[in-house]
Design a binder for this molecule. Structure first.
Ligand SMILES: NC(=O)c1ccc[n+]([C@@H]2O[C@H](COP(=O)([O-])OP(=O)(O)OC[C@H]3O[C@@H](n4cnc5c(N)ncnc54)[C@H](OP(=O)(O)O)[C@@H]3O)[C@@H](O)[C@H]2O)c1
Length: 256
């Protein structure tokens, strides 16, 4: 096959997400195996050595560039959900003290809405929203100890940007997630759970006999507050906007 015919094909394949490129050498030619990481598509090219050298150099350069691209939500202007754009972003490799994480589940919080609408000002525009997630460590920075590739970790409340396939994070801002906890549960509970803990155990130590009023009792933080305050022995009063939310708040431990 002519290089001029193969090269555009290879370029298109290299551009496909999750593509793996492998080479196997025979006496006179090189065998290329190209397949997506989900193993759904596979292409095999057999080329003479002369052709394959040029092709391999080009493909290697393109592959290096592509693996640093991931999908993320970006916001260029404040507004309703339509301003959320699903785009390619460059991520790079982790530096010292950093890890690269492939997100498995991303937690949503009302603060994401505040940033999207411009009630809170992001540090820069465009920005990627999202305060928490659970993911798998896919690379660690040079010399880093204590975290290894394959670890499942959770993070919350640091720099914004979890609405993304992958992120670079400071390794000392993540916690391990035990295998007994579903990543979806863990991702939904970090920031809201820490907020509930702060309100019920640190701002004021809620104890049996106390009465607690919880606004938006069926929201993410609200539903945790209801369960936790009830478990602490408090009388729990909730406010909600609909009957369905009232039923949920009661299920979560609201007395009134
Ligand atoms: N998530 C956190 O970790 C965290 C941390 C610190 C502070 N907070 C604050 O705690 C509050 C709740 O946060 P959350 O993350 O739990 O939010 P959420 O799950 O999105 O719940 C928000 C609740 O707010 C009520 N609400 C009032 N106006 C609303 C509107 N315009 N659109 C949608 N919901 C509206 C709704 O309850 P009703 O329909 O019953 O009114 C809804 O259930 C927010 O003010 C947030 O800034 C949250």
């Amino acid at each position: 096959m002519e290089l001029s015919r193969v090269s555009p094909l290879l370029s298109r394949l290299v551009a496909a997400p999750g593509l793996l490129l492998r080479r196997r050498f025979t006496q006179n030619s090189t065998l290329f195996l190209l397949h997506n990481s989900n193993n759904k598509s596979k292409v095999i090219l057999l080329l003479k050595h002369k052709q394959s050298k040029a092709l391999a150099t080009k493909a290697a350069a393109e592959t290096r560039t592509r693996t640093n691209m991931v999908k993320a939500i970006r916001v260029y202007e404040h507004g309703d959900p339509e301003v959320l754009k699903w785009e390619d972003v460059e991520i790079g490799e982790p530096g010292e003290g950093e890890i690269r994480v492939r997100n498995k589940a991303i937690g949503l919080n009302f603060i994401d809405v505040y940033y999207r609408k411009g009630v809170y000002k992001p540090a820069k525009m465009p920005f990627t929203p999202g305060m928490e997630a659970v993911g798998e460590v896919v690379a660690v920075g040079p010399g880093l100890t204590g975290r290894t590739v394959g670890d499942i970790i959770a993070y919350a409340g640091g720099a914004m940007g979890s609405y993304a396939e992958e992120q670079i994070l400071p390794a000392n801002k993540v916690v391990p997630v035990p295998s007994s906890i579903d990543p979806v549960i863990a991702a939904s509970i970090m920031l809201k759970g820490m907020t509930a803990q702060f309100l019920l155990r640190r701002c004021f130590k809620v104890e049996p006999g106390h009465t607690v009023l919880i606004q938006a009792a069926a929201g993410g933080v609200g539903s945790l507050l209801c369960q936790w305050a009830n478990a602490l022995g408090a009388t729990v009063i909730g406010t909600v906007s609909t009957k369905e939310k009232a039923a949920q708040a009661k299920d979560d431990g609201c007395h009134h």
